[in-house]
Design a binder for this molecule. Structure first.
Ligand SMILES: [Zn+2]
Length: 427
């Protein structure tokens, strides 16, 4: 599928142009939230900060962080527009027992549509495509974003939502669906049902699969390409709190964050100390143009690598974050060191013999908390190759994460498909 640049001025801006634009938007946004959002004004005042103190992009680090709990508990105080300007709301389950409510103005919706239009065209979708959306509509954001973007570029949208898998297959056939959007496991479920019906999905018009929620493994991508006949499988990342966030770039397998919409930092998940470019930590997100429900230094609880601005082979310089994303809640402590399965997966991705999927098992009953790493291996490596791989894996993880695995066990491809625990702690 041929990549098309939807918005040349923004998408092809250089790092310097983007940074200049971000500073302009950041200063405007900080002024705006100080004037209009009671929640942020109080926080800034408590920290003895005035909007005029933001003179460079680095000054964002002086602003107070915002937690998910704060978003859950302060909906009305965060709102930076009158209720009459709220065009739509979203809700997700909260961590404090209260749902997380997000509001959007018409312009907020337009920005999400624009980001989604950029993403779809970047993946090669055009007005001639038929986009079948199998993710949930309702109060969750994902399906709406792709729906709005597909409408904006003039594609035909089938807003089916999840479930009734036989009907999904019928729609793929009847309407010549070219793009299928849905969670990774639902793609696999459709395949299972198609096989039971004796249907060969690769015979139809499908050419792009967009997987959301769970990153597919390399072997799953190969299965999807072969069985659905996809020319490309793209990974979608974003959240209800920060819709229209990024686009998956195949060069270096990472996500470009739309720099005109979001300013991204990365901090140590425990101390919240800022980490530099190239660091792996919790993504901290500031929305640069959101009107109704702005995010200022929002602690996303998603842990990944931040690669910063640089001109990518795809032509865009929008800052990049890694695809191996951990929820901070999945952190496992081994001998006092915070270990994230996604970080270990990121390290394993340099070994072509491995699929990149793994499972960490920490046994806290043993005096030294013995740790085992199970890694999925693509082929059938000889004993000699296994021995050398084992040594390299232990060294790489030790150097980059700071813990030594006592044992590395190779398991065949397919062991870690579907839902499985990436980290198991035996207590
Ligand atoms: Zn790129």
């Amino acid at each position: 599928m041929r990549m098309v640049i939807w918005n040349r001025k923004v998408q092809l801006a250089s790092s310097e142009e983007l940074k200049k634009l971000q500073l302009k938007l950041l200063r405007k946004q900080i002024n705006r939230v100080y004037e209009r959002s009671k929640f942020y004004r109080v926080k800034f005042k408590e920290a003895k900060l005035k909007p005029t103190m933001v003179k460079s992009l680095d000054d964002v680090k002086r602003l107070p962080l915002t937690s998910r709990e704060e978003l859950e508990e302060n909906y009305h105080d965060i709102l930076a527009v009158p209720l009459s300007e709220v065009a739509t709301i979203r809700l997700t389950s909260g961590t404090t027992g209260r749902p997380l409510k997000i509001a959007h103005t018409r312009r907020d919706v337009e920005m999400v549509s624009e980001a989604s239009a950029r993403k779809l065209t970047y993946h090669g979708v055009t007005s001639r495509d038929v986009v079948q959306v199998t993710a949930s509509y309702g109060l969750w954001q994902g399906a709406w974003s792709v729906h709005w973007g597909a409408e904006k570029i003039g594609a035909c949208v089938i807003p089916v939502g999840p479930g009734d898998t036989e009907r999904q297959i019928l729609l793929i056939k009847q309407f010549g669906t070219t793009v299928l959007y849905g969670v990774t496991n639902y793609h696999l479920r459709i395949l299972e049902v198609a096989k039971a019906l004796g249907e060969d999905l690769s015979k139809y018009n499908l050419k792009l699969g967009i997987c959301v929620a769970e990153k597919p493994s390399k072997s799953q991508i190969r299965i999807l390409e072969k069985e659905f006949g996809y020319q490309k499988v793209a990974i979608d990342y974003g959240a209800t709190e920060f819709p229209g966030f990024s686009v998956h770039c195949e060069e270096e397998d990472s996500h470009h964050v739309w720099g005109d919409y979001y300013l991204v930092e990365v901090v140590d998940p425990e101390t919240h100390e800022p980490l530099g470019d190239g660091g792996r930590g919790e993504l901290v997100i500031t929305s640069l143009q959101r009107e109704a429900f702005p995010l200022i230094r929002y602690l996303s609880r998603d842990v990944t690598n931040y690669f910063g601005f640089h001109k990518c082979k795809c032509g865009m310089a929008h800052p990049k974050v890694g695809v191996d994303i951990d929820r901070e809640d999945f952190m496992t402590k081994i001998r006092g060191v915070a270990v994230f399965p996604g970080h270990v997966e990121f390290i394993l991705s340099i070994f072509p013999e491995l699929t990149g999927r793994c499972q960490i098992i920490a046994d806290k009953r043993t005096p030294k908390h013995e740790a085992t790493l199970k890694v999925e291996v693509s082929g059938d490596p000889s004993m000699a190759l296994q021995k050398s791989l084992r040594g390299k894996i232990v060294d790489e993880v030790k150097n980059r994460v700071g813990i030594t695995f006592n044992e590395v066990i190779f398991v065949p491809v397919g062991t870690f498909e579907g839902k499985f625990k990436k980290a198991i702690v035996i207590t």
